[in-house]
Design a protein around this ligand. Structure first.
Ligand code: KIV
Ligand code: ZN
Length: 554
């Protein structure tokens, strides 16, 4: 390759779509403790995944809760041009719920799994290998029959990398005979080392590659999820299961952006292979997922970290100015970092704002544009310069429309050195006005205490604050403060149990205002989720089902 050609420009012979990207941010990613998303938030992420052009969206695990079922069903109904997957255990009830949720999908993708390692069979499922084999065959066959010949039926042998090889081959054979079209090799506990994993994939591809697409699903417990995934690709895997920002339980899953940019940046290592991912949508996807889950991306995270394209040292800066190829193996623009110089201020028009937002990876039109525009102009009045960070924060703040059953009417607070703070809040909760005063250790504590009393008197529960985080979205004294909180309902078990944990956001140049807004938006999501859950449980009961919540998955 000529030294003036950026390494990430695909050469001739590269076949877009020859690698299937299966995104599991909404299923495995969302299982990360505290990363819980509401149905509306899941739909928002699904829309971004469509813009990102992934091949498969694993939307959730329908049997795990009524809310999860609804999220998968809605994503299946409204998503076009991409396959929608739902997960199911090989257990009576699960595959039926998943099939029901996927019915409306243009391209349904049923994902059934059962553990195959002796450790899991003996200690978790307490069944024999033969029983696991029968269950795998039974539920794959069920899925094939229920969804028809064109649907994708994926079978995963959970903990494959710690499974006896002969038995692994046997269970895959049973799955293929029963109609599986994809065989997934999960490294469930992130145990594999790349060369060894590559070899395992090679053996499965040799044996079943002509009958099914071979897929991999790597966890990051040893920090090797991306390496293992790329080694698998080099050994014939053609579906890669990944999460935006490497989200996922424990140390997470293989990161979508690392895997995709690895393939794009090193074409000679992956001859004729390319994903279809619109890589310039990577940064907006990363920001949205981070925003909605409240999981901050570490600054030195590959591809999407704040420092991924920052050059601090003089030698590096000098090199990059002379030729970016000296220290950049991919361009910031290729992953959606804005190269646009357009600045936005009081005198900017809607068109300029629209273009600017487009350059930041957000296409905003119509009423949504009007609303963002009004907010931007108000902000431009309050602070000297509206930065890219401000704009992104405003757009993200509007990412999900939550109903406003809890409306803020006003607040005031007094606080002094060494004394307790006194806060007063005026709210309307389900149209019932409440004005409450409370004291606290500081202004935020006092106001949160007052909000708690107001909510509890109407709803019968108050939010329990699990986390509170504040950051400036840009530099300068007049920067906007963004507050992110995690809350769960006082009537549910703590996050270590199965409580729904909502993430609330607030954005303002006044950090107390931002704190109040974040707490109320978290509470609003808890209320929405509670109402939806109640309605779905009622519906399930009315149709003779017993809604159950299942334990978390690996
Ligand atoms: O890690 C794992 O084994 C999983 C399976 C359900 C595919 O997430
Ligand atoms: Zn997993």
């Amino acid at each position: 390759m000529s030294e003036n050609v950026p390494a990430n420009v695909p050469g001739p012979g590269i076949v877009p779509g020859s690698v299937r990207i299966f995104d599991t941010t909404l299923r495995d990613g969302e299982q990360a403790p505290g990363a819980g998303l509401t149905v509306a938030e899941k739909i928002e992420v699904a829309r971004q995944l469509v813009r990102l052009n992934v091949d498969v969206i694993e939307a959730g695990f329908p049997a795990s809760s009524p809310g999860e079922f609804e999220a998968v069903a809605q994503i299946a109904r409204e998503t076009r041009g991409v396959a929608v997957a739902g997960l199911a255990r090989c257990k009576d009830g699960d595959p039926q719920r998943a099939v029901e949720a996927l019915r409306a999908a243009e391209r349904p993708h049923l994902h059934v799994f059962i553990a195959s390692s002796d450790i899991h069979l003996k200690h978790k499922l307490r069944i024999s290998r033969d029983e696991a084999l029968l269950a795998a065959a039974k539920w794959v066959a069920y899925g094939r029959k229920a969804l028809g010949p064109d649907a994708e039926i994926e079978f995963s042998a959970e903990d494959a990398t710690r499974t006896d090889l002969d038995f692994l081959m046997k269970i895959y054979e049973a799955a293929v005979d029963a109609g599986a079209s994809t065989l997934n090799i999960p490294d469930t506990v992130g145990y594999a080392i790349p060369a060894e994993f590559g070899q395992l994939v090679h053996q499965v591809v040799d044996r079943f590659g002509s009958a099914a697409t071979i897929s991999v699903h790597c966890h990051n417990d040893l920090g090797l999820a991306t390496s293992n995934t790329l080694a698998a690709l080099q050994n014939g895997a053609r579906q890669l299961e990944v999460c935006v920002n490497g989200l996922g339980e424990r140390a997470g899953n293989a990161s979508l952006e690392e895997v995709v940019m690895g393939i794009k940046t090193r074409p000679t290592q992956f001859p004729n292979l390319a994903t279809r991912v619109a890589t310039e949508q990577i940064t907006p996807a990363s920001r949205l997922v981070s925003y909605l889950t409240g999981f901050t991306v570490q600054p030195n995270k590959a591809i999407v970290g704040g420092n991924a394209f920052a050059h601090e040292s003089g030698i590096h800066q000098d090199g990059v100015i002379k030729n970016p190829l000296t220290y950049e193996i991919m361009t910031p623009q290729s992953v959606g970092l804005s190269g646009s110089q357009l600045t936005i201020g009081k005198l900017s028009g809607r068109r300029g704002l629209r273009e600017k937002l487009h350059s930041l990876g957000h296409d905003v039109d119509g009423e949504a544009l009007d609303a963002v525009y009004a907010q931007v102009i108000a902000l431009a009045d309050a602070k000297k310069e509206v930065t890219d960070g401000d704009l992104l924060a405003i757009v993200e703040q509007r990412a999900t429309d939550v109903p406003d059953t809890i409306r803020l009417q006003g607040w005031s607070v007094t606080s002094s050195h060494g004394g307790r703070a006194m806060g007063m809040i005026s709210l309307s909760v389900l149209d019932q006005p409440r004005s409450v005063e409370a004291t606290g250790n500081g202004p935020v504590d006092a106001l949160y205490g007052a909000i708690d009393q107001a909510l509890e008197s109407v709803l019968g529960w108050k939010p329990i604050l699990d986390e509170y985080e504040i950051k400036a979205v840009s530099a300068g004294e007049d920067a906007q403060g963004q507050v992110v909180v995690r809350v769960h309902r006082s009537t549910e078990r703590a996050p270590a149990g199965d409580a729904f944990v909502a993430t609330g956001h607030g954005l303002s140049t006044n950090i107390i205002e931002a704190s109040v807004a974040a707490y109320l938006s978290g509470a609003e999501k808890l209320q929405t989720e509670a109402v939806a859950r109640e309605a779905m449980i009622e519906e399930a009961r009315a149709s003779g089902q017993t809604p159950e919540r299942v334990e978390k998955l690996p």
